[in-house]
Design a protein around this ligand. Structure first.
Ligand SMILES: Cc1ncc(COP(=O)(O)O)c(C=O)c1O
Length: 287
């Protein structure tokens, strides 16, 4: 079972409600239910799920007002959000937006689930993005970096909620000892490093090195060691071919080219990688 599905179950058992509020383009997984949180699906629908636009599609006040309209009915068990859209355009709502959303969830008795599977463990700077944005979720989804390559995810719940048997259906991989050992070793090593400082340096380098691409009109959003460029399909194909030919690895998802350097990358390597990406994009835009 995916972390997000686990969290939805926890929220439903805790609140005794079925409804789920989520946001367009936020990635929470690829199972039928978790994918449906962020995108419509022709093959399967979930009638209790309501998807609202996220910040690239509507003004924040309008989204909050839509959220409050839905929450007021007290049928929503949880609001699920990916604070920075790591699989869409890298868009992120403001601190005020999240504080308001958290306040609304408290007021109407719904849980706020924040998916930090991508952004967590210093990907964007501090250990977790919700700490940088200064708001308190009820549930945080974690994964990716904490296993340092070992596939693992987890659900962290505010201690004010009690865990009951109905929340823990069990799963083939739940509580896997090897995964736990990988996480313990990774976290122990992370604690010995100043990863916030490393990621702040990565942020500065990428902003400087990619400035000519922004000036060429390419949309680029991100933070820390997570940056997403949106490019026309013909440009992206050509640019990515050039980038790979130079031996630099980037992640591509539809129209998005993602820069996701390891927190431990040297500045020289990062400057070189950015130069390859920058020149490939500028050449592909010009051709
Ligand atoms: C924010 C976020 N949540 C959840 C997931 C988990 O998705 P899955 O395990 O289906 O790949 C991902 C994976 O990319 C993700 O980026």
């Amino acid at each position: 079972m995916e972390a997000a599905e686990f969290a939805l179950r926890i929220a439903r058992v805790t609140t005794g409600r079925k409804g789920i509020l989520s946001f367009e383009g936020c990635m929470h997984g690829k199972s039928a239910a978790t994918a449906f949180l962020g995108w419509p699906n022709d093959l399967v629908t979930f009638p209790d799920f309501i998807r609202l636009p996220y910040v690239s599609r509507a003004p924040q006040e309008q989204i909050l007002s839509l959220a409050e309209q839905k929450l007021r009915g007290r049928e929503i068990s949880a609001v699920v959000v990916e604070p920075l859209q790591g699989s869409s355009g890298g868009h992120m709502a403001s601190s005020d937006f999240f504080r308001n959303l958290s306040w609304m969830c408290r007021k109407y008795g719904s849980l706020l689930i924040v998916d930090e599977i991508f952004t967590g463990f210093h990907r964007t700077g501090e250990a977790f993005l919700h700490q940088e944005l200064d708001f308190a979720p009820d549930v945080v989804l974690i994964g990716k970096a904490m296993g340092n390559g070992f596939p693992v995810s987890g659900v962290v719940i505010d201690s004010k909620y009690s865990i009951t048997g109905a929340m823990l259906p069990g799963s083939t991989y739940a509580g896997n000892a090897l995964a736990c050992a990988a996480v313990a070793a990774t976290l122990a090593l992370m604690k010995t490093m100043d990863l916030s400082a490393c990621v702040a340096e990565i942020h500065r380098t990428i902003e400087t090195e990619m400035a000519p691409v922004m000036r060429a009109g390419v949309s680029i959003h991100g933070r820390g060691a997570l940056w997403i460029l949106q490019l026309p399909p013909t440009v992206i194909d050509e640019a990515v071919t050039r980038i790979f030919q130079e031996g630099v690895v980037v992640s591509v998802a539809g129209p998005y080219l993602r820069l996701l350097p390891a927190a431990t990358i040297s500045t020289d390597n990062l400057v070189h990688g950015c130069a390859v990406v920058r020149e490939a994009i500028l050449a592909s835009l010009a051709s």
